[in-house]
Design a protein around this ligand. Structure first.
Ligand code: NAD
Length: 293
């Protein structure tokens, strides 16, 4: 079994991006600029945004963090989005999800200018992904494809089972893995909460991508020997031996699944760091106007 080191690959990608940023600056081009909008004080969201801003600094981007109180009105948030859409210095921006219940996430996502939607959540960018047109691929699936590429994991003709059909992970992941490209070309099965006999599907998988949000959900009896297992889950479980009172675990029961796999991602240190590297990469594409001229 080989461990897929997402942290290492993420740092490699960031180092490559930082060289590109230096070249841009040396050529008199503007510094890429990512803005992040954070609403409320959810500790997990705050930590994610902090890591994204820190990664921007590491690669030499400019970053702006815009914070709102949890009770900010939808109208006020939309006004900020309009401002960001029209700010020529900002190449791309994200609105950290989830948003408080009184704000429509869909309305907010649709208000983001597609050319600045570096999270790749806008319907136009999702549609472009489906049609195989240049687009911002949402960061987590994009990160997973890059991990498979860097580890030279063969995907063509393989059977990939994606568990979870969310708009940000499972659905775009299934589309990416089925694409007619050398990095994908899988036969894809998309499983979800209404799938009957999930194990029957996972046991046939050469590649399992678990994005469920349930700790230790994928067990050894669900995995074919030699399978590649990508664990997207980030779940907090109580652990009083930790100073924070909890620890992070994935959707895969790592200790029993790992010995059966050819490759597996750990949690933490697998998919998570790649999500950030992909967001940075999308921002570079935005700054270089490679998706939308
Ligand atoms: P979600 O809650 O939006 O979707 C979960 C999916 O799991 C749903 O589509 C549902 O149909 C499916 N599901 C639920 N119960 C199931 C069952 N019993 N059998 C089969 N399918 C079932 O979650 P999400 O936003 O896609 O996130 C999934 C997990 O990935 C979470 O733990 C989240 O924290 C994590 N996540 C990690 C990253 C990262 O960067 N590593 C990024 C995004 C999300």
């Amino acid at each position: 079994m080989q461990l897929i080191d997402g942290k290492k690959i993420s740092l490699e990608l960031q180092a490559e991006i930082s060289i590109e940023v230096q070249k841009l600056k040396a050529g008199g081009k503007k510094t890429p600029h990512l803005a992040a909008v954070l609403v409320g004080d959810d500790p997990a969201s705050r930590a994610y945004v902090r890591n994204k801003v820190k990664a921007c600094e590491n690669v030499g981007f400019k970053s702006t963090l815009i914070e709102f109180e949890v009770y900010v009105s939808e109208q006020k948030l939309l006004a900020k989005i309009d401002e960001l859409n029209n700010d020529a210095d900002i190449d791309g921006y994200i609105v950290q999800l989830p948003l408080p219940r009184h704000i429509s996430e869909q309305k907010i996502i649709e208000a983001i200018k597609p050319s600045k939607d570096v999270d790749g959540f806008h319907p136009i960018n999702v549609g472009r992904l489906v049609l195989n047109l240049p687009t911002y691929v949402s960061a987590t699936p994009f990160g997973i494809v890059q991990l498979l590429e860097r580890y030279r994991i063969e995907t063509e003709g393989k059977h990939c089972v994606v568990i979870g059909r969310s708009h940000i992970v499972g659905s775009p992941m299934s589309i990416l893995m089925a694409k007619n490209t050398t990095l994908a070309n899988c036969t894809v099965t998309l499983c979800h909460s209404r799938t009957l006999d999930l194990k029957e599907h996972t046991l046939k998988a050469d590649i399992i991508i678990a994005a469920i949000g349930k700790p230790d959900f994928v067990t050894a009896d669900m995995v074919k020997p030699g399978a590649v297992v990508i664990d997207v889950g980030i779940n907090r479980v109580d652990d009083l031996s930790q100073t924070k009172g909890y620890r992070l675990v994935g959707d895969v029961k790592f200790d029993e699944v790992a010995p059966k796999c050819s490759y597996i991602t750990p949690v933490p240190g697998g998919v998570g760091p790649m999500t950030i590297a992909s967001l940075i990469k999308n921002t570079l594409l935005a700054a270089k106007k490679e998706i939308y001229a």
